[in-house]
Design a protein. Structure first.
Lengths: 112, 115
């Protein structure tokens, strides 16, 4: 079975500083991994995905994530936070034979 | 690609009533998922279909909940004898299985309020 753990329920950064949102996963198979973003009162939007190609994945809005098999991690980063990045972020794990499971989410706050 | 469509957007109902939600996935997608999301929580998996076959149901899905996808296209989620604890956002998503790493495409959800 697969599962995903987001290590921080809330992260607060200042505008212009780096963002790190942590995600660890477990899977019986070679997983696909995703990050989704949800702005207040909006739907879920795909940020980026990992599918066993390059371990460093670039997504929209300057976000990227690195798949580290040895650490079973898929942390999301951005070099410089923008006010518009304030949202809820979800790490998702999937394998070909099962459904997709969401982490509990990390709420990102960006201070001016 | 018109995206995943969910109807209605909002539903207010009294405790004990039955409600039904509809989801129209992206047309070529063969997999359809239902999730439930409560305030401050991540989406919780309820069930999913591959074509018309319901492949998995979460233990969250009590016998008051039933989902169908009769022709492998749109899906309905029915909740019978609603309870206040059923109040949540119900999300539908679709994907194309068989393509490695096919992401979920979400609808905007149906917000259910049980009074």
């Amino acid at each position: 079975a697969q599962s995903v753990t987001q290590l921080d329920s809330h992260v607060s950064v200042s505008e212009g500083t780096p963002v790190l949102l942590r995600c660890n996963y477990s899977s019986s198979y070679s997983p696909s991994l995703f990050w989704y973003v949800q702005h207040p009162n909006k739907g879920l939007q795909l940020l980026l995905k990992y599918t066993s190609a390059a371990t460093l994945v670039k997504g929209i809005n300057g976000f990227e994530a690195e798949f580290k098999k040895s650490e079973t991690s898929f942390h999301l980063t951005k070099p410089s936070a923008h006010m518009s990045d304030a949202a809820e972020y979800f790490c998702v794990v999937s394998d070909p034979l099962r459904d997709m499971r969401f982490g509990a989410g990390t709420r990102l706050t960006v201070k001016p | 690609d018109t995206g995943v469509s969910q109807n209605p957007r909002h539903k207010i109902t009294k405790r004990g009533q039955n409600v039904t939600f509809r989801c129209d996935p992206i047309s070529e997608h063969n997999r359809l998922y239902w999730y439930r999301q409560t305030l401050g929580q991540g989406p919780e998996f309820l069930t999913y279909f591959q074509n018309e076959a319901q492949l998995e149901k979460s233990r969250l899905l009590s016998d008051r909940f039933s989902a169908e996808r009769p022709k492998g296209s749109f899906s309905t989620l029915e909740i019978q004898r609603t309870e206040q604890g059923d109040s949540a956002m119900y999300l539908c998503a679709s994907s194309l299985v068989g393509r490695v790493g096919s992401p979920l495409h979400f609808g905007n959800g149906t917000r259910l309020t049980v009074t």
